[in-house]
Design a protein around this ligand. Structure first.
Ligand code: PHE
Length: 347
């Protein structure tokens, strides 16, 4: 076949295709044209391509090049026509893209974490007992975490191995380095007792709930971050009997009327006398906090006269209370962020 014959056939096909595609007015007609020109079996492009075989070898490059141009031209015109007809006519042939009779996809709703639920519940119970909620920072200085709480410099509780001290900013000025105060993640919420007594007027009755940090290896009952609820009541003539009543009322409200709790003599630098508070669960006594009467040294550190004022303080582990209430046996399950586990406690 002669080259010019081949090129004429190509050009007239392109002209005709363009004319048809410019005026096509329905998706069905467009689809027919698509098959007519580009159909894989009997499409016109396909038949012309077959003619290429009969072109002389020297003319083949020119013929092939023009063939490609025409094919691209037709495909471009098809594309334009499809765009011009837009989505609506295409939907007519393909059926509606949105089928309102299909069941919907249910968006997955989050649930409130069991610890958050517990924190809210504890605030509510203690609120009924007249305790106001306060807050304190999680990054503390040694004064609030230790010194004012009657924990002196050489006390083992201040050991860097038992606390998360923060690396303080490096400074080239040696004077600034020595004056830069140490900072640590608080290891107990008792820090808030100090902050409250430094700023609020007496008498006072507060609780403070929040995170505390200790470098413990995680196991079923330990985690390097957990929550405590601190309580503090300072007034004239606050007694140990009131402490016991408040903790018992609290435990029965949160854990249920059948709960057994006990107090064991103990020691904390910031309370005197001090007790440890346990509840009975699964055949054993579980410690859930410490408590005691505010030590006179602590009152003196914040400028309160221990001859006039007395008070009690307690610090309870929120995870242990929450685990007992929800029947959770491994503290790590609370912090794995596995929604399949956490969803079970949705309210
Ligand atoms: N801060 C103590 C602890 O973390 C608990 C406590 C608080 C004890 C208040 C007595 C009074 O173990």
């Amino acid at each position: 076949m002669a080259l010019d014959q081949f090129l004429t056939a190509l050009d007239s096909m392109l002209g005709e295709a363009r004319a048809c595609l410019e005026t096509v007015d329905s998706a069905e007609a467009l689809e027919q044209l698509r098959v007519k020109y580009t159909g894989a079996k009997n499409g016109e492009l396909k038949s012309i391509q077959k003619m290429l075989a009969g072109i002389e070898v020297k003319d083949k490059p020119a013929a092939g090049k023009r063939f490609n141009e025409v094919r691209d031209g037709i495909e471009g015109a098809l594309e334009q026509a499809a765009q011009r007809l837009g989505g609506s006519s295409q939907q007519e042939s393909a059926g509606p893209a949105f089928d309102p009779t299909l069941p919907g996809l249910r968006p997955r709703l989050g649930t409130i974490h069991p610890i958050t639920q517990s924190l809210e519940h504890l605030k509510e119970i203690m609120g009924r007992l007249g305790f106001n909620v306060t807050e304190g920072p999680e990054i503390e200085d040694p004064w609030h975490n230790f010194v004012a709480l009657n924990i002196p410099e050489d006390h083992p509780a201040r050991d860097p191995l038992d606390n998360f001290y923060l690396a303080t900013a490096k400074s080239s000025d040696p004077a600034a380095q020595t004056t830069q105060p140490a900072r640590l993640l608080r290891s107990q919420t008792s820090t808030v007792q100090i902050r409250v007594m430094e700023t609020q007027s007496l008498p006072l009755r507060i609780i403070s709930l929040g995170r505390v940090y200790r470098p413990d290896a995680p196991d079923a009952t330990h985690f390097p971050m957990f929550h405590q609820m601190e309580g503090l009541w300072v007034d004239r003539n606050v007694t140990m009997a009131q402490l016991k009543s408040v903790l018992r009322l609290f435990a029965t409200s949160y854990l249920g009327g059948d709960v057994n709790i006990r107090f064991r003599p103990s020691f904390f630098p910031f309370t005197e006398p001090s007790v440890e508070v346990d509840y009975w669960w699964n055949g054993q006594w579980i410690e859930f906090g410490g408590a005691g009467m505010v030590d006179p040294n602590v009152f003196q550190a914040v400028g309160i006269d221990p001859e006039v004022w007395s008070g009690f303080a307690f610090g309870l582990g929120v995870e242990r209370l929450c685990m007992r209430r929800f029947g959770i046996t491994d503290i790590r399950d609370l912090y794995r962020s596995d929604v399949r586990f956490l969803r079970q406690f949705a309210t």
